[in-house]
Design a protein around this ligand. Structure first.
Ligand code: ACO
Length: 376
């Protein structure tokens, strides 16, 4: 802490009260709406987790069926959104930028009721990502299928194939794992925007922008590229050592809050193990495990006392790759899951919140000449 209470990066500053999720960085615990992530993520449907976050309790079976149907009925994109995606695809705009642009158009035909708007926003995120992915590959978008759940429908809209139960479950586990994580950078962004009594679309668009950066949700692509570049386990140590000697950061390691292994890494590692077992090829899984071990021990050597451990992004890369997603889709897929958490925080901020307006310590110059004259 510096003088005048200034904390760079707001580290350790409590800026909200939330019932949505709790992160214990010393013990490596994540609780989502009263449930441990290890239990919740692999068992519940994504829709049930969203209902839990938005309503503070699990849905009854009939409420869950109703919510699943409501969400599924709102997936179709407005014509203006599709036109925008079609226009930017030939320029090969990165998918996260296309998502940010397209999400901004989503209030064009939506009701003003916040609950309905939130459901529509959540429903359409996978449609945007999948439609854009096909357009940028010169393919026609695949219409959403109301018979499928949120996760399975996203996979089908990407490649036109009915996904296996194992792939859908793996994606659902991923979406549940990343659905909410206390006051991370993108969630804070969403809360700051909604706290001005702006609108929910603006809050989600701002959050997408914050998530995109490599210090937040943009890390899994580079983390997987790193594993592919390493290629075989015997190359891991020299490769990682060289990166650390050059002062580079290892993507997928370190966290502002966790000083032990991120519990989400374990949930995703187990999900990846199940998926790779079903697939019959565990070579990448074994390589990732080995790279993790080497990286953690080298980080302890190069950054002693920093407790740099594996974060969620490292195993995100492995799991999403196993599901068959291209690297460019990793961060947009993170956004698809986290949108539900951003919206839950918007609801909470609207219920209890005050305008968020911290202070800054002024370190600039003061006028040196008389009142009314500009000092140059
Ligand atoms: N590789 C190498 N060194 C690292 C790493 C890393 N992955 N992470 C932190 N460090 C080092 C820093 O260089 C710094 O060293 P120094 O004091 O010798 O200069 C020290 O550890 C502290 O780093 P800070 O940047 O102050 O820590 P902060 O809490 O701000 O960073 C962050 C957290 C941004 C996640 C960081 O660990 C990082 O850049 N990791 C790599 C990117 C990544 O994996 N991002 C995904 C995070 S998970 C998520 O947001 C969903």
């Amino acid at each position: 802490m510096q003088e005048n209470g200034y904390k760079p990066g707001l580290e350790g500053v409590v800026a909200a009260e939330t019932r949505l999720s709790h992160v214990d960085g010393q013990r490596g615990e994540l609780i989502i709406a009263g449930q441990r992530v290890e239990a919740l993520a692999p068992q519940a449907s994504f829709e049930a987790v969203v209902f839990l976050l938005w309503n503070g309790r699990f849905p009854t079976p009939s409420e869950e069926a109703e919510f699943v149907a409501d969400l599924a009925s709102r997936r179709q994109l407005p014509a203006a959104t599709m036109q925008l995606l079609t226009a930017v695809a030939p320029q090969q705009t990165p998918p996260m930028d296309a998502l940010r642009m397209a999400a901004a158009t989503l209030d064009l035909d939506s009701p003003t009721d916040n609950r309905a708007l939130a459901t529509t926003l959540l429903a359409r995120m996978p449609t945007i990502v999948a439609a854009y992915d096909r357009l940028r590959h010169g393919q026609q978008p695949i219409p959403p299928d109301p018979a499928l759940g949120h996760a399975a429908n996203y996979l089908q809209m990407l490649d036109g194939k009915r996904p296996s139960a194992a792939r859908s479950r793996a994606l659902e586990t991923y979406l549940n794992t990343v659905v909410d994580h206390s006051l991370n950078a993108s969630t804070f962004t969403a809360r700051v925007i909604i706290a001005t009594q702006s609108d929910m679309v603006s809050a989600i668009v701002g959050a997408i922008g914050a998530l995109k950066g490599p210090l937040h949700g943009g890390a899994p692509g580079p983390a997987l590229d790193m594993v592919f570049e390493i290629g075989t386990l015997d190359r891991a140590e020299p490769y990682l050592r060289q990166k650390l000697e050059a002062g580079e950061r290892l993507m997928g390691f370190g966290h502002r809050v966790y000083k032990v292994r991120d519990p989400r890494a374990e949930v995703l590692a187990i999900a990846a193990e199940h998926l790779f077992e079903a697939d019959g090829d565990k070579r990448l899984y074994e390589l990732v495990k080995g790279v993790e071990k080497t990286a953690v021990s080298l980080l302890a050597e190069y950054k002693p006392g920093r407790n740099l451990q594996t974060n969620v992004e490292f195993y995100t890369a492995l799991l999403l790759n196993g599901i068959g997603l291209e690297t460019a889709l990793f961060t947009p897929t993170f956004a698809i899951g986290r949108t539900a958490g951003w919206i839950a925080h918007c609801f909470e901020q609207l219920e209890n919140g005050r305008l968020i307006r911290p202070s800054a310590r002024y370190v600039g110059a003061y006028p040196t000449v008389n009142e009314g004259t500009i000092s140059r």
